[in-house]
Design a protein around this ligand. Structure first.
Ligand SMILES: Nc1ncnc2c1ncn2[C@@H]1O[C@H](COP(=O)(O)OP(=O)(O)OP(=O)(O)O)[C@@H](O)[C@H]1O
Ligand SMILES: [Mg+2]
Length: 378
């Protein structure tokens, strides 16, 4: 049953208005430069109260250690526990369910595979609002797909270098990075690094140099197409490329949108998250009209869903009502484990594979893979 809006009908109408205005047909080319300039300034703080679920029957990596699989859990005396306690591996217990989830997520035997797409898919993960889960989604979707048989690249296109941190790849000053690929034309294959522990995953890191790229790109030839060219020249077979965009609509994000065929928009389940959406969709439309006709918003992922708030539910209903099947069924809950993982240079998939956060990213990746398998060849 739908709950009444906390803020009353006015807020609800306002959200509709924002979403409707985003898809207005009267987009004009001359807005592009303005939007890019102003968009580059748009940032917002992202603070939130960490009160997510802390479920941890299988603590996969320990803090920074090797993942443990359920059959390796050593400290349960089967005899004692069978006599006196219910077995923790009993299917009905939360611990056992978490163990099962962990096995599915980590896929230690390689038994579970997500279908590979019929052709390479390049997804720009964009939202000029800060802290909505772009990087977290890029990292976890990439790891999920790579753990299940897909060859994946993450391009860190944000000078903050958060995706590089989250994947545990070197990105200190002087490291060959996406900056060299964009500005100096260094082949992207020369800057990518193998992600440790995930054989099918490579990352093109971002260093602090990228902070200057926004300005430097202005004066280079074909400034909007640099990333597209770099990707096109990548010689190795790859199924997915996720481009983690910065929280702005400047030239770096435009490069991602020209290089990508698809945009994945993470939307945080809170009211203000929708405010910037209109501007984002207008910019995507402008890039589509002027620079990349193949571009489309293929995927929307609801993130940081807090089931205790009515607003989260209402935002979900509205977004689903407006965008229909573009919105993935899987919703990522707000979870402390998700936010802890980058501190250990890991995705939540490896940090706590039995957690709800890991499962939700697994399910989101599975949906993305199923769509990819259905896509026709270009
Ligand atoms: N599902 C979640 N539950 C709890 N915390 C989360 C979740 N997803 C992301 N976070 C945390 O929220 C913060 C912002 O997430 P993230 O860095 O992925 O957003 P972003 O959109 O990439 O931010 P930016 O715009 O700065 O690049 C991070 O501290 C991250 O760990
Ligand atoms: Mg980010």
């Amino acid at each position: 049953m739908r709950e009444k809006w906390d803020e009353g009908e006015v807020s609800r109408e306002r959200i509709r208005e924002v979403l409707d205005s985003a898809t207005r047909p009267d987009l004009r080319a001359e807005h592009l430069d303005d939007d890019l300039t102003h968009g580059a300034e748009m940032r917002s703080d992202h603070t939130w109260d960490a009160q997510g679920t802390v479920s941890r029957a299988i603590t996969a990596a320990g803090h920074g250690g090797e993942p443990q699989f359920p059959h390796q859990q050593p400290n349960v005396s089967r005899e004692t526990s069978q006599d006196e306690w219910p077995s923790p591996w009993d299917d009905d217990l939360p611990l056992a369910r978490e163990a099962q989830r962990a096995v599915k997520v980590l896929n230690p035997g390689g038994d579970v595979s997500m279908p590979r797409p019929t052709r390479r898919r390049v997804l720009g993960i964009a939202n000029q609002k800060g802290g909505v889960g772009k990087t977290t989604s890029a990292v976890n979707l990439a790891v999920a797909l790579a753990l299940h048989g897909n060859r994946v690249m993450v391009i860190d296109l944000d000078p903050q270098g958060n995706a590089s941190t989250g994947l545990g790849v070197e990105h200190g000053s002087g490291t060959p990075s996406i900056y060299e690929a964009l500005i100096e034309g260094v082949p992207i294959a020369e800057v990518t690094q193998q992600v440790e522990g995930i054989p099918n995953l490579v990352c093109a890191p971002a260093t602090i140099d990228l902070a200057g790229a926004e300005v430097e790109l202005v004066s280079v030839v074909a400034r909007e197409n640099r990333l597209q060219r770099a990707i096109a020249a990548y010689p190795h077979p790859i199924d997915y490329i996720f481009i983690d965009c910065p929280p702005s609509l400047g030239l770096l994000t435009v490069n991602a949108m020209v290089a990508a065929e698809e945009v994945l928009i993470p939307i945080q389940c809170e009211y203000y998250a929708l405010e910037g959406l209109g501007q984002l969709l207008r910019n995507i439309e402008l890039v589509k009209v002027h620079l990349n006709p193949r571009l489309n918003v293929s995927t929307i992922l609801l993130t940081m869903y807090d089931k205790r708030t009515k607003l989260a539910d209402q935002v979900e209903q509205e977004v689903r009502g407006h965008f229909g099947d573009t919105v993935l069924k899987a919703v990522v809950p707000r979870s402390v484990r998700v936010s802890e993982a980058p501190g250990y240079g890991q995705s939540v998939m490896t940090y706590d594979p039995g957690s709800r956060g890991a499962t939700s990213y697994f399910e989101a990746a599975e949906e993305i893979a199923m769509r990819g398998a259905r896509m026709g060849a270009a």
